[in-house]
Design a protein around this ligand. Structure first.
Ligand SMILES: *[C@@H]1O[C@H](CO)[C@@H](O)[C@H](O)[C@H]1NC(C)=O
Ligand SMILES: *[C@@H]1O[C@H](CO)[C@@H](O)[C@H](O)[C@H]1NC(C)=O
Ligand SMILES: *[C@@H]1O[C@H](CO)[C@@H](O)[C@H](O)[C@H]1NC(C)=O
Ligand SMILES: *[C@@H]1O[C@H](CO)[C@@H](O)[C@H](O)[C@H]1NC(C)=O
Ligand SMILES: *[C@@H]1O[C@H](CO)[C@@H](O)[C@H](O)[C@H]1NC(C)=O
Length: 244
C-alpha cells in the first residue's frame, strides 16, 4: 500500500505545480470580471493613424467621457474612429469653422451609447443613436446598411465603409472609418440650426466632475490569484499527507 502512495506522490506534486502555474498565469489573459479600465486614447494610439481624432477627443473632453461612461453603463459603447487621412480629406477649414460646441457635437456623433459587434451592425435597426442624439434620439442618428459582410455607415450627408475593428470586446467596440462622419444636421442642406458660437468657444467648457471620475482604479485579478494559490497549496498538503 505504502509503495503505491509513494509512487503517486511525485505525480500529485507535479500536478499541483502544474495547476498552480496554470491558475496564476490566468490574470494575464483578458479574463472577464473586474476589467482593467478602458482607455480610448491608448486603443487609438496603438492604431497609429488617429492623431487628429485623439487630439479632438482630448480638446472636447469626449475621450474622458467615453472612458468613464463605458465603465459605468451596462450597454457598453461603440466608437467610429476616422483616420488622419479622413480628416485631411475634409474641405480646408471644415473643423475650424465649427464653434467649440459644434466640435463637441461632431465628436459625440462618432460615439454610440451601446456596444455593437460588426454582426449587430449588419442587421441593426436604423437610425442608431449617437451621443449627439437628444434624449429622444430623434436627431444625429447614423444609418447602417450592409451587403454581404460589408457594413456601411451613412450620416445622410456622407457614407463610408465600416472597416476593421481596433477593439471588439465588450464593453467597447472601436471601428475604423475612412471618412469623418459629418452629420446631416450640421452640414446638410437643411441644417437643424446654425449653432450660435459658444461664449467661450476656445476653451473646453465641460464641468469638472467629468474629469474627476477619470482616474483609473487598480483592479487586478488578485482575488483569483489568491484562490488559485490556495488551491495549489491545498493540493501540495494533500500530497504530503499521502506521502507520510
Ligand atoms: C490613457 O492613455 C494615454 C496614452 O497612452 C495616457 O496618456 C493617459 O494618461 C491614459 N489615461 C488614463 C485615464 O489612464
Ligand atoms: C489635452 O488637452 C489639454 C487642454 O484641454 C491640454 O493641456 C493637453 O496638452 C492635451 N493633451 C494632449 C495629449 O493633447
Ligand atoms: C436613415 O434612414 C431613414 C429611413 O430610410 C431616413 O429617414 C433618415 O433620414 C436616414 N438618416 C440618416 C442619418 O441617414
Ligand atoms: C459602401 O460605401 C462605399 C463607399 O462609399 C460604396 O462604394 C459602396 O457601394 C457602399 N456599399 C454598400 C453596400 O452600400
Ligand atoms: C468602474 O465602475 C466601478 C463601479 O461601477 C467603480 O467601482 C470603478 O472605480 C470604476 N473604474 C473606473 C476606472 O472608473
Amino acid at each position: 500500500m505504502a509503495t503505491i502512495h509513494l509512487t503517486l506522490a511525485p505525480l500529485l506534486i507535479l500536478a499541483a505545480v502544474f495547476l498552480s502555474t496554470e491558475i496564476t498565469a490566468q490574470p494575464a489573459a483578458p479574463a472577464p470580471g473586474p476589467a482593467a479600465p478602458t482607455n480610448i486614447t491608448a486603443i487609438l494610439e496603438k492604431g497609429g493613424q488617429f492623431a487628429t481624432f485623439i487630439h479632438l477627443l482630448n480638446t472636447t473632453r469626449v475621450g474622458n467621457q467615453i472612458n468613464i461612461q463605458v465603465n459605468s453603463s451596462s450597454e457598453g459603447m461603440t466608437v467610429f474612429a476616422p483616420t488622419d487621412n479622413a480628416f485631411q480629406n475634409l474641405k480646408p477649414g471644415t473643423l475650424n469653422k465649427l464653434s467649440y460646441d459644434d466640435q463637441v457635437k461632431l465628436i459625440l456623433y462618432h460615439v454610440s451609447p451601446k456596444f455593437y459587434t460588426l454582426d449587430d451592425l449588419l442587421s441593426v435597426s436604423n437610425p442608431v443613436r449617437t451621443q449627439a442624439s437628444g434624449r429622444d434620439g430623434a436627431v444625429y442618428g447614423l444609418n447602417f446598411t450592409s451587403q454581404g459582410n460589408q457594413v456601411n455607415v451613412s450620416t445622410g450627408f456622407v457614407e463610408t465603409r465600416v472597416s476593421n475593428a481596433l477593439r471588439k470586446e465588450r464593453p467597447l467596440a472601436v471601428y475604423v472609418v475612412d471618412m469623418v462622419l459629418l452629420p446631416e444636421e450640421m452640414f446638410g442642406e437643411n441644417k437643424v440650426s446654425p449653432a450660435a458660437p459658444g461664449p467661450k468657444s476656445n476653451s473646453p467648457d465641460v464641468s469638472d466632475d467629468q474629469e474627476k471620475a477619470g482616474a483609473p482604479s487598480d483592479k487586478s485579478g488578485c482575488g483569483e490569484m489568491k484562490a488559485g494559490l490556495g488551491l495549489a497549496l491545498g493540493l501540495v498538503f494533500l500530497c504530503l499527507k499521502l506521502v507520510v
